[in-house]
Design a protein around this ligand. Structure first.
Ligand SMILES: *Cc1c(COP(=O)(O)O)cnc(C)c1O
Length: 381
């Protein structure tokens, strides 16, 4: 009996050793040696002026919303086809998500439709780099510059990926990574804020440390620490940072292994595209992606639910996502759609994600593809 799970968290083998080290250091709260190692790795590899570990990408987005000073009624442009945290982080500050359609090739925010969604209340744009493929950031940054808007990259899926040579998350004013178990580089729950505007680095530290200048105090820059601004506790403890360090050390190998599996699916499924059964993901030439995900877009005459259940019967863990936010109960009450969102409405219901994890081998991928062939044949309307 075949059993190929949708996801399988990859362990590099050094996680427990580093956790034991943190334990022996008797420093369990945040911002110890492992957190510092993670920060410098992230800064070095992305070029961000400041990286700050957080509990999650959700927390990093919440910090970004505070840094961007989003206030009640401020509008924030974002795709509807994304995870709830993209919107929730701004709704928590009273912001209003304004949902814009996605491009059919990458399923990223359609940069050509941003201008039409801008109003006098617009304060920020939140591009989401879906599947670790970069949004058209040059165009987005130009619009933001002309209109005086803040750009916050939801780069939850984008660790190690690049757009025109620049790390995703390090192009806008702020960026947010996720180290959730389902992402490429993991710590169970975890994330990082990237601050790309140096003047905001110290405000970011204050927001993350309960509104205090504790980070400055520990660097010896002030002789006591006090309440400076609004903030919360967004930093992870050292055990999480120790685990994450084991993963960051191997981030490039993880990406390469995933890219190999991604490319194998891509070659095997070329024939399915010729058959007219599905469309494969598009990666613009300016993007170096990180193989976060392999998805397919089924042709309209193939019934998705049937394909998913046939795959399940054959022991293959395939899934779909997202219910577009503009059509969800909370999205309808907190936000609004800018235009008809035709691509979102259509493509969200045709997408399937195939198993992709470090260690997935060629035999297993062959099995996935053969099971998919059978499933599609049965699911033709
Ligand atoms: C995973 C994900 C998040 C949330 O990440 P957490 O670390 O679980 O908070 C946010 N946005 C996108 C696009 C994601 O894929």
């Amino acid at each position: 009996m075949i059993h190929i799970p949708f996801n399988k968290p990859y362990m590099t083998g050094r996680e427990l050793g580093y956790i034991a080290e943190a334990h022996a250091n008797l420093h369990l709260a945040g911002d110890g040696v492992f957190t510092k190692r993670c920060h410098s790795w992230l800064e070095r590899s992305t070029g961000a002026s400041k990286a700050l570990l957080s509990h999650s990408c959700t927390a990093a987005l919440e910090m970004s919303a505070m840094l961007a000073d989003i206030r009640p009624g401020d509008e924030v442009i974002m795709p509807s086809y994304t995870f709830v945290s993209t919107a929730n982080a701004f709704v928590l500050r009273g912001g209003v998500p304004v949902f814009v359609d996605i491009r059919p090739d990458t399923l990223n925010l359609d940069e050509q439709q941003i201008e039409a969604a801008i109003t006098p209340r617009t304060r920020a744009i939140v591009p989401v780099h879906y599947a670790g493929v970069g949004c058209e950031m040059d165009v987005i940054m130009d619009i933001a510059r002309h209109r005086g808007l803040t750009v916050i990259e939801d780069a939850a899926q984008g660790v190690t990926a690049r757009y025109r040579g620049r790390a995703l998350g390090a192009i806008g004013h702020f960026g947010a990574y996720s180290f959730h178990e389902t992402k490429n580089v993991i710590s169970g729950e975890g994330g990082s804020l990237l601050v790309n505007v140096p003047e905001y680095a110290s405000k970011a530290e204050i927001i993350r440390e309960k509104g205090t200048d504790r980070s400055r105090f520990f660097r010896g820059e002030v002789d006591k620490y006090t309440w400076q601004d609004v903030g919360s506790s967004f930093l992870p403890g050292e055990l999480i940072a120790a685990f994450l360090w084991a993963q960051l050390e191997r981030a490039d190998e993880i990406t390469l292994n995933r890219l190999e599996s991604w490319q194998r699916y891509h070659s095997l499924l070329a024939e399915f595209e010729i058959e007219g059964w599905l469309r494969r993901p598009g990666v613009p030439s300016e993007c170096e992606h990180n193989a976060h995900m392999y998805y397919i877009l089924l042709a309209p005459h193939i019934e998705r639910q049937r394909v998913l259940s046939e795959l399940k019967n054959r022991g293959i863990g395939a899934v779909f996502h997202y219910v577009p936010l503009h059509s969800s109960p909370a999205g309808r009450s907190f936000g609004r759609a800018a235009g008809a969102l035709r691509n979102t409405q259509e493509l969200a219901y045709r997408l399937i994600r195939l198993p992709l994890w470090v260690g997935l081998d060629a035999t297993q991928q062959g099995e996935v593809v053969e099971a998919l062939r059978d499933a599609i044949r049965l699911a033709q309307r």
